[in-house]
Design a protein around this ligand. Structure first.
Ligand code: ATP
Ligand code: MG
Length: 718
């Protein structure tokens, strides 16, 4: 090898190579968008394997989404030739946490087949606990409790560690108690929520040094992408695991920190240098992704932020100046969608592929108009990172059946479908089941068994219950011997669930039946029922093996780390972007996070970017007039080109006088009455829209990715 450089190192610049080759000791790569941070991380992993520094199973690599994990796996294979077996520890924090927790479930009071609850289940459970404690649910809504509990979990706080003052913030000091009750209930249900996937592992590490030591030994090398968006719990987790070998490499960009509202702390970047003394810090300054105009516009915008670590970026300017960013105004959201769809078709005619284009929205309710337009025109599209498909009510019902069969103690699944379709179990019967479960401190399914064998229920209800239990037990017995797709069909048939929709005369029933078919089809991608269920609880991303040419539609939050030739950024209006809620809740910090989000959006583009705003936005049946986002104003003029739309109601000239700037000068905590109203309506929309959009309609862009995304990709989760 001496003197000869491995081929995968060839394409790197000097700084990148330095970051790749510094395999031992802590390394922090701090660099702007498109400078090759992810590429460095991937190459570093390949380098570790190629130089036999570690076995695949000794490397822990954290990505922000499941999709990113898959891509990284593929690229490593391409870099060193062939498929790499045994890379078991490459994934999101949540996926990795789930894996460790399943191995040591008993130390957390769970069994290894525990269920992972999604936000919806979580909310229902909290509601039950609030009611059971006799607290006025109207005054102290479950949503608020959920956000407290999530916040505590993000900071690594178990119920006993919640500061007394904070526990007081909910239900006159009962917050801490409710948190404890919620955790206890999760254990009875053999369930964990997303926060637990990290928190419980953290606790196991703290309470069982021998378990921690085992993992510390195992992970000789650790790699973390999108480090700026880790929360405290994640940071503690990493720090504990890296304690022995101290070979940890984190890459990030403080200007792309966009999950502060979910507990991420940019300070983790500063902490790193303190906790890992002698850490090597590498800065990358050359951007390989975007044209000079795109980079110039993005850099100019982010310069308005005060909270920055600061850095310079350059691109091969003479090589490609590129087009200026096009800015257009439209009469309303519909016209905006129509114009963008036309531009998409125009690009297509000029031989651009749909898959190289993306529409990035601030709030997912904006997607509706684009989806409608694309469906009308027959433009294939995919929604990325959104819980669109799996969040549908019928899909959730079907999944509840599957969950119950896999794990009968899953109360939330039981509750969801016990009387769906109606099988003669009225409210009274269901309440009786609940009461008995509470009294016996057991699960609904077990309580039902007791009830079916007693005289407590009326004969009709008892028979209905007994036959339901018998069905579940019978399906459960089929699990080992039958392909899970076939089993799913049997369950949907025999339960009467499919029939329920066949008999339904409403307009959306046929679509629901199609979705159920699609669900069974999607299960083919997984080997087992358990594997499938794990997937849907962790992944909210759309079909993974979908390589067809489709335009990408997603929220700005889920676009992190991605890149496209062409990017459309619609809806740049005050109140929508920056989002009013971010301003209301977090003031200047909220505004700066929104600006970073705009920076993330623009820097996704390689060749072309379009920014637009509408003079009127229809939110449900109500029209709201709007003014252009201050971010439009902040773009350096020499990198943008204003294109006047024929039907435009809001002209850029008008706005150029910056109506906004005047308003803002008068009232630094900006809030026009019009936007307040619009906001109220957005929130109303969030509640009344179909479930597909519920989760995302406000600030949330979880799958989570959180969620997606360090987890929910989702969920986020997205
Ligand atoms: P982000 O902050 O958006 O996550 P990043 O810093 O992770 O960006 P990458 O996605 O790794 O950047 O790289 C951006 C683009 O530049 C990719 O297309 C990548 O392949 C390309 N690139 C990175 N380094 C080089 C290089 N040395 N030579 C050529 N292309 C490169
Ligand atoms: Mg990246």
């Amino acid at each position: 090898m001496a003197g000869m450089r491995a081929p995968y190192l060839e394409g790197l610049n000097a700084e990148q190579r330095e970051a790749v080759e510094a395999l031992d000791g802590p390394v922090l790569v701090l660099a702007g968008a498109g400078t090759g941070k992810t590429r460095v991380l991937t190459t570093r992993l390949a380098h570790l394997l190629a130089t036999r520094k570690a076995w695949p199973g000794q490397i822990l690599a954290v990505t922000f989404t499941n999709k990113a994990a898959r891509e990284m796996r593929d690229r490593i294979g391409a870099l060193i030739g062939g498929v790499v077996e045994g890379m078991q520890w490459l994934g999101t924090f949540h996926a990795l946490g789930a894996k460790i927790l399943r191995r040591h479930a008993e130390l957390a009071g769970l069994r290894s087949d525990f269920t992972i609850l999604d936000a919806d289940d979580q909310m229902r459970l909290m509601k039950q606990i609030i009611v059971a404690e006799g607290i006025d649910e109207k005054r102290w809504p479950a949503r608020q409790l959920a956000s407290h509990i999530d916040g505590w979990k993000n900071r690594g706080l178990t119920p006993d560690k919640v500061p007394a003052g904070e526990a007081h913030a909910f239900a006159n000091g009962k917050g801490g108690e409710l948190y404890a009750a919620y955790q206890a209930r999760l254990k009875v249900l053999n369930a964990a929520d997303f926060g637990d996937l990290l928190l419980e592992v953290l606790r196991i590490f703290q309470e069982h040094p021998e378990v921690l030591a085992d993992y510390q030994d195992r992970f000789k090398y650790m790699l973390v992408d999108e480090y700026q968006d880790t929360n405290v719990a994640q940071y503690l987790w990493l720090r504990l695991l890296a304690q022995k070998h101290k070979n940890i490499c984190c890459v990030g960009d403080d200007d792309q920190s966009i999950y502060g509202w979910r507990g991420a702390e940019v300070d983790n970047i500063l902490r790193f240098e303190k906790d890992f003394s002698g850490a090597k810090v590498v800065r990358l300054e050359r951007n390989y992704r975007s044209t000079a105009n795109i980079l110039g516009a993005a850099s100019g915008l982010i310069a308005a932020n005060e909270q920055r670590l600061g850095k310079t970026l350059w691109t091969e300017a003479n090589d490609n100046e590129g087009d200026p960013i096009k800015i257009a105004s439209y009469w309303d959201g519909e016209e905006e969608a129509r114009a963008i769809a036309e531009e998409v078709e125009q690009l297509q005619r000029n031989a651009h592929l749909l898959r190289d284009m993306a529409i990035l929205v601030r709030a997912s309710f904006q997607m509706r108009e684009f989806e409608d337009r694309f469906i009308n025109l027959g433009i294939p599209y995919r929604v990325v990172g959104g819980p669109r498909f799996y969040e549908r009510a019928e899909i959730r019902d079907a999944n509840a059946y599957l969950r119950l069969v896999a794990q009968p103690d899953d109360d939330l699944a039981f509750e969801r479908i016990v009387n769906k379709p109606r099988r003669g179990l009225g409210d009274v019967a269901v309440q009786t089941i609940h009461r008995l479960a509470r009294a016996e401190n057991t699960t609904l399914f077990r309580a039902s068994k007791m009830l079916a064998a007693s005289e407590e229920l009326k004969p009709a209800a008892r028979r209905a219950l007994a036959s339901f239990i018998e069905q579940v037990d019978r399906w459960r017995a089929l699990v080992p011997g039958m392909p899970h797709t076939e089993l799913a069909e049997i369950i949907l048939d025999e339960s009467g669930y499919t029939e329920m929709w066949q008999n339904d005369k409403s307009a959306d029933a046929p679509g629901k039946l199609e979705n159920l078919k699609e669900l069974v089809r999607s299960m083919e991608f997984h080997e087992t029922l358990a594997g499938y269920l794990e997937h849907i609880s962790l992944v909210m991303e759309m079909e993974q093996s979908d390589t067809a040419d489709k335009i990408n539609l997603m929220t700005l939050h889920s676009a992190k780390g991605l890149e496209f030739e062409t990017v459309f950024l619609p809806g740049w209006e005050e109140g929508l972007f920056p989002h009013q809620r971010a301003l209301d809740e977090s003031g200047l910090a909220g505004l700066e996070e929104e600006r970073r989000l705009a920076y993330v959006g623009i820097t996704r583009a390689k060749q072309r970017a379009y920014i637009s705003f509408a003079a009127n936005r229809r939110i449900h049946a109500l029209w709201q007039s709007s003014i252009p986002s201050r971010f439009v104003d902040e773009l350096p003029k020499h990198h943008v080109q204003v294109t006047e739309s024929a039907m435009a109601g809001a002209s850029y000239q008008n706005y150029g006088q910056s109506r906004f700037a005047q308003d803002f000068a008068q009232n630094s905590n900006y809030s026009s009455p019009g936007w307040r109203r619009a906001q109220a309506n957005t929130e109303m929309t969030a509640r009344t829209r179909p479930p597909a959009y519920e989760v995302h309609a406000d600030l949330v862009a979880t799958s989570d990715p959180a969620a997606e995304s360090y987890g929910k990709g989702e969920r986020v989760f997205h």
